[in-house]
Design a protein around this ligand. Sequence first.
Ligand code: GN1
Ligand code: MG
Length: 354
Amino acid sequence: MNTLLTNEKQAQIAERFDLDSPAVRIEPFGTGHINETLLVTTQKNTRYILQRISPLLTKDVDGLMKNIRAVTDFLETRISDPRGVMRLIPTKDGHSYAADPSGNWRVYAYIENSVCLLPPQDETVFCKSGIAFGHFVDLLKDFPAETLLETIPDFHNTPFRFRQFHDALREDRAGRKKEVRKEIEFLLAREKKAGRLQHLRDAGELPVRVTHNDTKLDNILFDRETLEPLCVIDLDTVMPGLVHYDFGDSIRSGAATAPEDEKDLDKVALNLHLFEIYREGFLKACPSLTLLETELLPAGAWTITVEQGARFLTDYLNGDPYYHTAYPDHNLVRCRTQLKLVSDMEKHPEIFGF
Ligand code: GN1
Ligand code: MG
């Protein structure tokens, strides 16, 4: 991605937004790999986040920004703490983003005294992240989910992800199918069950809610001093969805004992204690869940982990066009960690069985 805009050009873009005074300093910010993020400081010493929206996210930037505007406006009516929600700063002519030959840009107010925590973290932090994501879904329970654009259509539609897997198997574009028979069999044996949540959604038995869809620990800002969660960030994938995938993605990514691309599978396990405390936090903060939704939360963890295994293996079979890889079998390594987590969950049918 072209990230080398001159400071003068960056200043011109910042100038198009309704900041409290002219920008005096602009510097790179954060560790995101998708959007380019800059920290802007103005003459009055107010700070803002200036972000170039990655073209990889969606072609429909209007739709994406409408989603974010609608959800953040709604959250503001539900939250008293001004640091509790991302606040978009419009352009001087009243738009939610600025289109420029260098890309599409948006500005958020900077949330002062906040910090982003990365895994592994102690269990209190993980429990609080469950509270934050559960609260997010709960706050949005009365938001009309069907009015949101599906920024990435069928993002967590597991049967759709399996159709993509079958296409990859049929095409075997990278000639890798023969090396991964075991993984293929593992996934195919679980295909039917992995579609159950989606079928319950289609049948109207599980409600479609506003969901975040990227519920990793680093998408929460914590108060720098108290380490209490302040605000859920990265709203690019906020879409209509099932709460199970939000719950499940936190477990998949945060309750594992090793990173997603750990090569030594002996190190990869599901930490059941982390699972339990996350669930406790999530449920406490999201009392609006129906009984069936609540019962099926662990099924969400199992389902999204199977789905993620299938997505990694699909990409591997296709020759790695989607996920950035650092070495040739990176996606296969990632797939194997997911399957290991699935196996671990299956050792506890009393929790994850459905
Ligand atoms: C992608 O780019 P990142 O790490 O935020 C993916 C998620 C996967 C994750 C797996 C838009 O997220 O769904 O869980 O990789 N996001 C998209 O590492 O495909
Ligand atoms: Mg993300």
